[in-house]
Design a protein around this ligand. Structure first.
Ligand code: SF4
Ligand code: SF4
Length: 61
């Protein structure tokens, strides 16, 4: 499992950061999605389902 982000699609709304139950995600200095601690991810896919811009998804390996 891996978290994939597409920075150019991200508008920095913070929805994924808010809804992630494990504080895996954050926004960087440019206001783009960044992964704070991938090891905490429980693959619930809340981020993928709630992102309005399809800028984050959970990839199964
Ligand atoms: S899949 Fe769930 S736990 Fe993992 S980053 Fe997305 S919202 Fe957070
Ligand atoms: S929900 Fe999507 S657009 Fe909003 S901050 Fe997260 S990745 Fe970026």
């Amino acid at each position: 499992m891996a978290i994939k982000t597409i920075g150019k699609h991200c508008k920095g709304c913070g929805v994924c950061v808010t809804f992630c139950p494990k504080q895996v995600l954050g926004l960087d200095a440019l206001g783009k999605i960044t992964i704070v601690d991938e090891t905490k991810c429980i693959t619930c896919k809340q981020c993928e389902m709630r992102c309005p811009d399809y800028a984050i998804f959970i990839e199964k390996k």
